[in-house]
Design a protein. Structure first.
Length: 134
């Protein structure tokens, strides 16, 4: 189980809103979010799986789901499809930042093989980002 994060990223906030939407809109929203599950931060993925499975969950997960349910009842609805796109975009941007660090590291140590491999992956990632423009 992922630890509770005290400082939220934009990706965390988007995931919160997506889960709030699923909690208030039921099975169709849940099924629609499954294709974006891989982009959810680890803790939110645990929450989503708890919502989907309806199994007994830890106190931490239960408390967070209760908080999200309460927030969902107090907050206006967001465009679910737009939130899914934003979630994917933020996850890809995070992957891009990590890849840039890897490229810089490969350059610093002079690992041409690793650098070529990372540059190819970086190019593929940039294409994904470009086609997912928000």
């Amino acid at each position: 189980e992922a630890p509770i994060k005290t400082n939220k990223t934009r990706q965390d906030s988007i995931a919160d809103h997506l889960l709030m939407y699923v909690l208030t809109n039921g099975k169709a929203a849940e099924e629609s979010l499954h294709e974006f599950e891989e982009y959810l931060p680890a803790f939110h993925r645990d929450l989503f799986l708890a919502i989907s499975s309806k199994d007994q969950v830890s106190l931490n997960i239960s408390n967070t789901l209760n908080r999200l349910t309460l927030e969902a009842s107090l907050n206006p609805q967001y465009n679910f499809d737009e939130l899914k796109k934003l979630l994917k975009y933020e996850a890809l941007k995070e992957e891009e930042r990590a890849m840039i660090k890897g490229i810089q590291n490969a350059e610093n140590i002079g690992d041409e093989t690793k650098l070529a491999e990372l540059m190819k992956k970086f190019d593929e990632l940039r294409k994904k980002l470009h086609t997912n423009t928000v």
